[in-house]
Ligand binder design. Sequence first.
Ligand code: 0O2
Length: 276
Amino acid sequence: MKIQLWREILSPYDLAVKELIIKFEHLMHEYREQGLYSPIEQVTGRVKTVSSILDKAQKKGVAADEIEERITDIAGVRIICQFVEDIQKVVEIIRERTDMEIVSERDYVSHMKESGYRSYHIIVLYEVHTVNGAKKLHAEIQIRTLAMNFWSTIEHSLQYKYKENIPDHISQKLTNVANAIISLDNEMSSVRSEIMDAQISSHIRSGLVSDILTTIQNLYRVTTKREVQKIQDEFYRIYELDDIDQLRRFARELDVIAEGYRVQSVEQGGSEDTCP
Ligand code: 0O2
C-alpha cells in the first residue's frame, strides 16, 4: 500500500469546504442585498478528522487505498434553513449548478431515520485546483432546518459518549423530541409567509438606514455643518415614525441632494472629495 500522508490528502478537501462555504454564503448575501428572502440561513463546514475517517472506513470495510473513493463525506458542508420548505429550494439551487455534479441524494426529511434523524443529503463531485493541478473530490452537503440541526447536534454528541448504546430512556426521549420537532417545523411553516415578510422588511430597513447614513457622511464633506445637522435631525424624525415608505422617500431625496453636489463639483472642476 502507498504511504498515506494525511495532511496532503486532506488539504484539497479543506479547500473544497472553504470554497463551498463561500459560494453558499454569497448566495445568502445576494438574496438579502436584493431585498429577497434567503432560503439559506447559515452555512458551516468541516473536514472529517483522520480518526473519524479511519473509524468509518473500518466500520464499512473500506480498504485504506479506497477511502477517498468510498468515504464520500470527508468534505462536509451543512446548510441550515429556517423552514422545511426552504430545504427543497436549496436542493433545486444545487441541482441547477454546473460547478458541482450530483452523485446521489438522500431524503431523510421525508423519510426520517429510525434514530429520529432528519436532513437532506446530497453527495457532489466538486473540482478544486491546487499546486498539484485539478482534483475532483466528493463532498457531502447536508441541508436541514434550525430545529432539525438542534436535534442532530444533541444526538450526535450522545452517540460520541455512548457509541452505539444510547440508554433506552434517553433514546425514548430523543424519539419524543424528534416528533416534537416535526410539529415545531410544521407550526413554523404555517406562519412562514408572515415571518418572511417581517424579515424582508427588516433587511430592507437596515439597508436603507445604512445608505442614508453613508450619504450623510458624504454630504458632511461637501456642505455646511448646519445643512448636515438639519438633514440628520430630519433623519431621526423620520426614523422614529417607523414607516419604511417614509424612510425610502427620504433616502431618495437625499440621493438627489447628493447628486446635486456631485454635479456642482464636476462643473466647478473639483473632485468629489474636495472640501468646501
Ligand atoms: P460525522 O461525525 O457527522 O461525520 P451509508 O452510506 O448509509 O453506509 P453514511 O455515509 O453514514 O453511511 O451515510 P448517512 O447515513 O447518510 O450518514 C452520513 C452523515 O449523516 C453522518 O456522518 C452524520 O453526519 C449524519 N447522520 C446520519 N445519521 C445520523 C443520525 O442518526 N444522527 C445524527 N446525529 N447524524 C446522522 P458520520 O460519518 O456518521 O458522522
